[in-house]
Design a protein around this ligand. Structure first.
Ligand SMILES: [Zn+2]
Length: 182
């Protein structure tokens, strides 16, 4: 994650309550269709140094997830409780601002699910789901590279198009896509 991506959210984070997802996988347990990543104990599952201060922040709620969709990952399987829903409701939040990678994968899955959960009255105070576009990004993988790596054609991932497709689908379902946060 490069500095410009987290510059504005850092300022926002210091002023408001925040929740952060840490993708964390049990070693050896795959998350299809992706290659192994963020295995517990590898260090990849930890916050980047620029965000490590969140561990000590009383305003921060850190949620480890083992699937793409943070909303689903925030569900405690045993009880059905959802830590993200509880966080929104405990703080009576009227709006949440979402940043992260990848725009069209984790961010989009989460935002679309939160919008459905909001419409399903699971978070009665929540009105606006805002996506801070400069705080989101996605990756580039050409068809040729995917083929060279032995990956299926569907692994090709044109960065500019997929970033904008993610934003498009979130906006089309009712999220507010913002260029800046005041
Ligand atoms: Zn993962």
């Amino acid at each position: 994650m490069s500095a410009p991506i987290i510059q504005i959210p850092l300022r926002v984070l210091s002023l408001h309550t925040c929740a952060a997802f840490l993708d964390t996988h049990e070693p050896g347990k795959p998350e299809p269709p992706y290659p192994p990543h963020c295995g517990a104990g590898t260090g990849e599952e930890e916050l980047v140094p620029e965000l490590a201060w969140l561990h000590e922040s009383p305003q921060a709620t850190l949620i480890r997830k083992d699937c793409i969709n943070g909303f689903v990952g925030a569900t405690v399987v045993e009880s059905g409780a959802n830590r993200l829903v509880d966080w929104v409701n405990e703080h009576g939040l009227q709006a949440i601002v979402v940043v992260g990678i990848c725009t069209d994968i984790c961010v989009m899955d989460f935002v679309l699910t939160v919008l459905s959960a909001r419409n399903h009255a699971m978070m009665p105070t929540l009105e606006d789901v805002v996506v801070h576009e400069p705080g989101c990004a996605t990756y580039d993988l050409s068809k040729e590279t995917a083929k060279t790596l032995g990956l299926p054609a569907t692994a090709a991932h044109p960065q500019t198009i997929t970033h904008h497709l993610g934003l498009y689908f979130m906006a089309s379902r009712g999220a507010i896509v913002a260029e800046s946060i005041e």
